[in-house]
Design a protein around this ligand. Structure first.
Ligand SMILES: NC(=O)c1ccc[n+]([C@@H]2O[C@H](COP(=O)([O-])OP(=O)(O)OC[C@H]3O[C@@H](n4cnc5c(N)ncnc54)[C@H](O)[C@@H]3O)[C@@H](O)[C@H]2O)c1
Length: 379
């Protein structure tokens, strides 16, 4: 099959491209080489057999040309940052998705396109699902708390509390029915999901949305502020520089290895039962951020005590873990733990030649955005 991969120069897109070519497909990449992700230009890891178009998914003529003769599309190109330029999230993540369907319908290509797979996000589930152990001990009533506001976080109160009894809530894994997006990125990704599923069904274009948890592995950009704990922790350990662990380090996440994500991406391409569905793609195991960092120290042979002093990122979720039962029912299983991800990312970091400035770049970037704040110290 000839397949268009938007954002194919990025982390998930490039690994998916490699696997598609390996499986005998032809791949065309459409990627703008966004400077915050690729400050050094076109990455050397791009597969030599992939056709590469440098261009913007929001540009109608460019997207139309890229779509001209393909039978499937992976739409990974996205705007992911902490910046408050709200409209850009919707322009890149949602409007480009609408444009994709608009072009396919307007040009009469619906019969040719066999699948569209869009990259949604665990972020769509916002703060996720909880219950109150005091008011609802049998978990008979689920709760979906809203974001934690500055008034709470600045006092160093991290947990969600029950509105009825005031006790701390207990998190539960979130399945695909949970959709409580809380920030501009998450809302744009939820919108993207809705566009794909509903326009897809309406026009008979088989479409699938993949809600990835935190994806880990080599090629995660060192510069992308959104690329998470692995990058910051690895760089900190590499330079023996204590990382700041936000809140109390007990917030829970799930991490999924890039190989498992690629396997999921390829599975839904060929599986008719996947059509018009949303799938969580997660690691299946809950980790506290502190345990994750400790595991990293152990595996890298480094011992650098972290700083845990009440710093927090305004807008972070407290706990979020994906329930991947729906994808497992299609025959998928997470096969790699965080150990694999840590080892491969550490090896990837060691291969880099110009990394001295990266950690400082990342920290300055976040500080400038005023996303990082400290409890007891109002902004
Ligand atoms: N990595 C994760 O943990 C994760 C988690 C949940 C969802 N996702 C989603 O998966 C997708 C891929 O993420 P990633 O980690 O590979 O990100 P990435 O930043 O490594 O790759 C994104 C690619 O898209 C390109 N791009 C950005 N804007 C573009 C535009 N307007 N036109 C064309 N190309 C553009 C960038 O240059 C980059 O190469 C994104 O949609 C992201 O929101 C990722």
């Amino acid at each position: 099959m000839k397949i268009l991969v938007t954002g194919g120069a990025g982390f998930i897109g490039s690994h998916t491209t490699d696997a598609l070519i390996q499986a005998g497909h032809q791949v065309r990449i459409l990627d703008i080489l966004q400077p915050t992700v690729h400050p050094k230009g076109k990455p050397a890891y791009l597969h030599p057999q992939a056709e590469f178009i440098r261009g913007d998914v929001c540009d109608k003529a460019t997207l139309q040309a890229a779509l001209a003769d393909v039978e499937a599309v992976y739409h990974f190109a996205a705007y992911q940052d902490y910046l408050p330029d709200f409209s850009t999230y919707f322009q890149v993540n949602a409007v480009s998705t609408a444009l994709l369907y608009e072009l396919i319908v307007a040009r009469g290509w619906t019969n040719r396109i066999r699948k569209i797979i869009v990259a949604a996000s665990q972020a769509v589930m916002g703060e996720g699902r909880y219950y109150c152990p005091a008011c609802s001990p049998q978990k008979e009533r689920c709760l979906y708390p809203s974001i934690r506001l500055e008034a709470q976080l600045s006092k160093g109160i991290w947990e969600h509390a029950c509105e009825a009894c005031g006790r701390n809530l207990q998190w539960l894994p979130s399945d695909e029915s949970v959709a409580t997006p809380c920030n501009q990125y998450a809302i744009s990704k939820f919108t993207q999901e809705q566009i794909a599923l509903h326009l897809g069904r309406r026009y008979g274009i088989p479409s699938v949305a993949m809600r990835y948890s935190i994806v880990q592995g080599p090629r995660q950009s060192f510069y992308n502020a959104y690329s998470g704990a692995m990058r910051i922790f690895a760089l900190s350990l590499y330079f023996d520089h204590p990382p700041t662990i936000f809140e109390d380090g007990r917030q829970v996440r799930d991490f999924v290895n890039i190989s498992d994500v690629v396997a999921a991406n390829l599975l839904v391409l060929d599986h008719p039962a996947a059509d018009y569905n949303v799938f969580n793609v997660g690691g299946g195991k809950a980790w506290t951020v502190l345990d994750f960092y400790n595991r990293m120290q152990g595996l890298t042979g480094k011992a650098v005590p972290p700083v845990i002093s009440g710093y927090y990122r305004y807008g972070d979720t407290r706990h979020i873990v994906s329930d991947t039962g729906r994808l497992q029912a299609l025959g998928w299983q997470a096969t790699r733990g965080i150990e694999d991800s840590i080892r491969s990312y550490w090896a990837y970091l060691a291969e880099q030649e110009e990394i001295d400035d990266i950690l400082e770049y990342a920290k300055t970037h976040m500080k400038n955005l005023h996303v990082i704040r400290q409890a007891g110290k109002p902004e």
